[in-house]
Ligand binder design. Structure first.
Ligand code: ATP
Length: 440
C-alpha cells in the first residue's frame, strides 16, 4: 500500500505553504528568518500532536501530572540551571564568505556555505534572548525568555508535591514555547528561534533511576511509531561519554531520518539529582523528598524525556508524504494516522446547483462536525476535490449525489485504499465513529 518515496524538503515546504499548514512568519514584510506560522491545517495538526502526547504521558498514566508554567522566570533560575554561564554555542566565522556557524555544524572542517577551510577563533555565544521587566532599564531588570520549559517544572517541584501528595516515582509534564537565539537556524521548522517543547521531568529514587531511564527511552520511541512513523526511519543514539554534561549519567537521542539526514527529535536524559540540588542551593528552599516509610530525606533523581512539538510535527508530515500513480495520474497522499489527521471527514456535494442535494449535504456536515473535524467543499469537480483531500490527509470523503435523494444513501470513500461504499445517511455518523475511533 505504501511507496517508499524519498521525500524532499522542497516538496514538504511547498505543500505546507500551498495547503495552509505552515507559512513564513511576517511574510508580507519579507519574513523573519527561522520563524514560522502554522496555518489553518497546521494548527490542527500541531494541536493533535500535543493532544496525543498529553493523552499518552498524562491522562493514560497513574504516575504523571501536568503543569503550565510561565515563559518569564526569575533570573536566578538560569544561574542555578547553568544557562547564564554555560548555554553557549561555540561560533566561528568563515574567513572566505564571512558567514558565522556553530563550530559543531562545520562539515568535516569545511564551511557548509562555501567550502572554505579557514575560520576565526571559536567564541562562546549565549543562546538566551534577553529582555527587560518594568519601566527601568538597568542590570537589575534583565530577564530571559526561557530557552527550555524544564526549569518551570523544577521550580514547581515542591508546589506540586505539596498539592498532590505524590509518592516517588512520579513525573510532571509540560508543553510550551521556548526561545533560543540559534546561530544557524534552518531546515524549515527543524531549527527555529521560537519553538514549542513537550518535556517531562520524572522524579525517582537513585536506585530506580537507571531502570526508569531505559523504560522512558522505549516508551518515547514507541509513541512515535504508534502514531505512524515507520520504524526504519527512527533510531536511538546513545551519547558518548564525552558528549554528556558532567552530572548526567546517560542521554539517548531519538533520531528521525529527515531528507537532510538523521537528526534529533527528542532527547532522554538521566540527569542524576543535579537539578533539584542546584535549585535548593540557589533558592535556599529545601527541595528534598522524605521517604514516607524510612523517613530518609534525599534529592530525587530525574529522568528527562525532552521533545520538540515542531520537530515531531515535521517528522509526522515527512513520514506521511506519499506519491503514487493512479490511472495514469499522480496522486499525492498524506498518510497521517487517525489521531493526527487535521480533517477527519470531508462532505462533498456532487452538484452544487441542486437545492435538496445541497441541503442534505449541509445538514450531514452539521451533524458530523459535532463529532469530527469536517470540511464542506463544492468548489471543483469531484476528482479534484478528492485529490485536495488526499493531499491534506483527510481520512474519509462523503459524497452526496442525486441518487442520495432517492435511496437516502451516500458514498463514503476511504483515503488510503480509495475504496468506496454506499452507506445509509442515517448510519453515516455511527459508521465513521466506528472506523475513526478504532486505533485512536
Ligand atoms: P540540537 O542539538 O538539535 O540543538 P538540543 O540537544 O540542544 O538540540 P534540547 O536542548 O535537548 O535540544 O531540546 C529538547 C528538544 O527540543 C529537542 O530534541 C528538539 O526536539 C527541541 N528543540 C531544541 N531546539 C530547537 C529549535 N531551535 N527548534 C525547534 N526545536 C528545538
Amino acid at each position: 500500500m505504501r511507496n517508499a518515496v524519498a521525500t524532499s524538503m522542497e516538496k514538504i515546504v511547498s505543500l505546507c505553504k500551498r495547503r495552509g499548514f505552515i507559512f513564513p512568519s511576517s511574510e508580507i514584510y519579507g519574513g523573519l528568518g527561522s520563524t514560522w506560522d502554522y496555518g489553518p491545517l497546521g494548527v490542527e495538526l500541531k494541536n493533535n500532536v500535543k493532544a496525543a502526547w498529553w493523552k499518552a504521558v498524562v491522562h493514560e498514566r497513574d504516575d504523571m501530572v501536568g503543569l503550565d508554567a510561565s515563559i518569564l522566570m526569575h533570573p536566578k533560575t538560569w544561574e542555578a540551571s547553568g544557562h547564564t554561564s554555560n548555554f553557549n554555542d561555540i561560533v566561528v566565522e568563515c574567513k572566505k564568505c564571512n558567514k558565522r556557524f556553530r563550530e559543531d555544524h562545520l562539515i568535516k572542517g569545511k564551511c557548509p556555505q562555501c567550502g572554505g577551510t579557514e575560520f576565526t577563533e571559536g567564541r562562546a555565544f549565549n543562546l538566551m534572548f534577553k529582555t527587560q521587566v518594568g519601566a527601568v532599564a538597568d542590570e537589575s531588570s534583565i530577564i530571559y525568555l526561557r530557552p527550555e520549559t524544564a526549569q518551570g517544572i523544577f521550580v514547581n517541584f515542591k508546589n506540586v508535591l505539596d498539592a498532590t501528595h505524590r509518592k516517588l516515582p512520579f513525573g510532571i509534564a509540560q508543553i510550551g514555547k521556548s526561545f533560543r537565539n540559534e546561530v544557524t537556524p534552518g531546515n524549515f521548522t527543524f531549527r527555529m528561534r521560537e519553538f514549542e517543547q513537550m518535556e517531562i521531568e520524572y522524579f525517582t529514587t537513585p536506585k530506580d533511576a537507571a531502570a526508569c531511564y531505559e523504560r522512558w527511552i522505549n516508551e518515547r520511541f514507541s509513541w512515535y511509531t504508534s502514531l505512524g512513523i515507520r520504524k526504519e526511519n527512527l533510531q536511538q543514539r546513545p551519547h558518548a561519554s564525552d558528549e554528556l554534561a558532567h552530572y548526567a549519567k546517560g542521554c539517548t537521542d531519538i533520531e528521525y531520518q529527515f531528507p537532510f539526514g538523521w537528526s534529533e527529535l527528542e532527547g532522554i536524559a538521566n540527569r542524576s539529582d543535579y537539578d533539584l540540588k542546584q535549585h535548593a542551593k540557589f533558592s535556599g528552599v529545601d527541595l528534598q523528598y522524605q521517604d514516607p516509610v524510612t523517613t530518609e530525606k534525599f534529592f530525587p533523581h530525574v529522568i528527562e524525556p525532552s521533545g520538540g512539538v515542531d520537530r515531531a510535527t515535521l517528522a509526522f508530515l515527512v513520514d506521511a508524504y506519499d506519491e503514487e500513480e493512479v490511472e495514469g495520474r499522480q496522486r499525492v497522499v498524506l498518510r497521517l494516522s487517525k489521531p493526527l489527521a487535521p480533517i477527519k471527514v470531508a462532505v462533498l456535494p456532487l452538484i452544487k446547483k441542486n437545492e435538496p442535494l445541497v441541503a442534505l449535504a449541509k445538514n450531514l456536515k452539521k451533524d458530523l462536525q459535532k463529532e469530527f473535524t469536517c470540511v464542506y467543499d463544492d468548489t471543483a469537480a469531484i476528482g479534484k476535490l478528492y485529490r485536495r483531500q488526499d493531499e491534506i490527509g483527510t481520512f474519509y470523503c462523503v459524497t452526496v449525489d442525486v441518487q442520495s435523494l432517492e435511496d437516502k444513501q451516500v458514498t463514503v470513500r476511504e483515503r488510503d485504499t480509495m475504496r468506496q461504499e454506499r452507506v445509509p445517511v442515517d448510519n453515516v455518523q455511527r459508521y465513521l465513529e466506528d472506523k475513526l475511533n478504532k486505533n485512536l
